[in-house]
Design a protein around this ligand. Structure first.
Ligand SMILES: Cc1cc2nc3c(=O)[nH]c(=O)nc-3n(C[C@H](O)[C@H](O)[C@H](O)COP(=O)(O)OP(=O)(O)OC[C@H]3O[C@@H](n4cnc5c(N)ncnc54)[C@H](O)[C@@H]3O)c2cc1C
Length: 471
């Protein structure tokens, strides 16, 4: 296993603490290992030696694709990471070339775009990152401990460490640190802890989602010979409320994710679950799944709302503290942005540290506030189209929704537009590129071709095999 370069010299500080050992915390700890003499990562769960589901990450049973910018950050922090993940069984799926993708009423053109969806189980991804982190000589992972509050300077202007203990009781300990990173996820207690220290309560924006995920692991059906590696059947918002993604993961397994919005919930019994795939707007996932053998239970996750904490707006905020990942912002998972955005925040923290610890908290909060604008607007503009979702719509929201529908239709047949759209979805380009004069002209004038309307994936089984499988 290769190791990362040694910490930069001179280091920004002696000791940093990260709490929360999921993707954002692991990547942030890797970044900090280059800026501090020592880094301690504190995780509440006991961490097993292997890629296993765990209590602190209940979403881990569901499809967890990493987008290209997230992988780029991982490769910077842990050189050679891409190859290691592949060797561990990840599937690198060209987002348009190898992804059969029905959306906005069309099967999208199958052209390589060079941007990948990295598909593996979430426990495997976390395990490969954790092994790389634990190999760093200046990083210590302290599992089975939860952080219960902050140590501060006497004037409370600086966080100087954390209180921790074994969950459920036990002797309280303290850890002093020049920087504390909160990577404890969506349920982070930083807002309450800061308030108790006399800071204003951070403003939060919540946009309702009400999506229910029901996922199940299957053995890849023998004889499946498809012209795609991953298949998604997405809804036309806001009238359709069902979605499905079938993604390959390690060990010749496939993860099927079924989702429903606003009262539409995938059934949780065997027959109803597969029946839901029959009701999708396209039959192709059902054609595969009726031949597939389940390998475990149906796991459910109810995601209620997008949650953005506006730390960048706080007039006062202590030095020595930085929230990262879902602790800062948690998005509707269907866009697959969460882990990548957490990785980009960790990278931003490293960039801010190049100027040292003085003024770090303000620099970092501003940078992340800006970084979140695009993924937040992408995730929430779809949710706001459902009439039952409360919340103020941005100005000209109706016009924007109409334009989005035009774009969805355009990318069903225009390859250049599809590439641009995917670059935006993959967080490589700003959503403003969808409003360039060329895109606007195309969106307003072009019409779907017959070929686009007739495009569909090849049947997934050779006819003889399908007969055998169905018998
Ligand atoms: C159903 C679903 C599907 C998703 N699919 C995708 C996807 O395809 N692609 C994608 O990029 N994102 C996806 N996401 C989002 C992704 O799961 C999150 O963005 C990502 O896990 C956030 O990571 P995190 O490290 O910030 O927090 P979390 O993953 O929530 O982890 C928080 C960690 O902190 C620990 N912890 C909590 N409190 C304490 C404490 N006080 N002390 C010590 N440790 C503590 C927990 O045990 C846990 O390990 C999905 C989310 C859901 C719900």
């Amino acid at each position: 296993m290769s190791t990362s370069p040694p910490p930069s010299s001179p280091p920004a500080g002696t000791h940093a603490v990260v709490y929360g050992g999921s993707t954002a915390g692991l990547i942030a700890a890797g970044v900090l290992s280059r800026h501090f003499e020592r880094v301690t990562l504190v995780e509440r769960d006991r961490l097993e030696d292997g890629p296993l589901l765990r209590k602190g990450v209940p979403q881990g049973a569901h499809v967890h694709g990493l987008l290209t910018p997230g992988m780029n950050v991982l490769g910077e922090v842990f050189p050679g990471f891409r190859e290691e993940l592949k060797a561990a069984g990840s599937h690198f799926i060209d987002f348009t070339g190898e992804h059969a993708w029905f959306m906005g009423g069309f099967w999208r053109p199958r052209i390589p775009c060079g941007l990948h969806f990295y598909a593996q189980s979430r426990p495997l991804l976390e395990w490969v990152i954790r092994q790389r982190l634990q190999a760093l000589p200046n990083v210590r992972v302290l599992d089975g401990r939860e952080v219960t509050g902050f140590l501060t300077s006497s004037d409370k202007a600086r966080v100087t460490g954390v209180h921790l203990r074994v969950p459920g009781g036990g002797q309280e300990e303290t850890l002093e640190a020049g920087l504390v990173v909160d990577a404890s996820g969506r349920g982070s207690r930083t807002p309450q802890w800061l308030e108790a220290l006399g800071y204003p309560r951070v403003e939060e924006t919540h946009i309702q989602v009400d999506v229910v995920y029901a996922s199940r692991l299957f053995r890849r059906p023998p004889g499946l010979v498809a012209d795609w590696k991953m298949m998604s059947i997405g809804p036309k918002l806001p009238t359709e409320r069902r979605m499905a993604v079938l993604a390959p993961i390690e060990n010749d397994q496939m993860l099927l994710l079924l989702a429903g919005w606003h009262g539409m919930q995938p059934p949780l019994d065997d027959a109803g679950y597969i029946g839901f795939t029959r009701e999708l707007i396209q039959p192709h996932i059902h054609e595969v799944m009726k031949h597939a053998e389940p390998l475990g239970p149906i796991n459910v996750y109810r995601y209620s709302h997008n949650q953005r904490r506006h730390y960048e707006r706080m007039p006062r905020f202590p030095e020595g503290l930085a929230p990262v990942g879902d602790a800062f912002c948690s998005f509707n998972p269907i866009y697959g942005q969460g882990m990548t955005t957490g990785a980009l925040q960790a990278r931003a923290l490293g960039e801010c540290l190049r100027q040292g610890l003085g003024g770090l908290a303000a620099r970092y909060r501003q940078q992340v506030g800006q970084l979140l604008e695009s993924p937040w607007s992408m995730a929430t503009s779809g949710d706001l189209r459902f009439p039952e979702v409360a919340g103020q719509r941005p100005p000209a929201f109706g016009l924007m929704s109409w334009y989005t529908d035009r774009i969805q239709s355009l990318v069903g047949h225009d390859e250049e537009a599809l590439r641009t759209f995917v670059r935006v979805m993959q967080m490589v380009e700003s959503p403003t590129t969808l409003f360039s004069p060329r895109m606007v002209l195309k969106a307003l004038t072009s019409k779907p071709t017959t070929a686009a309307l007739e495009r569909k994936p090849e049947p997934p089984f050779a006819p003889a095999t399908a007969k055998v499988q169905a018998a």
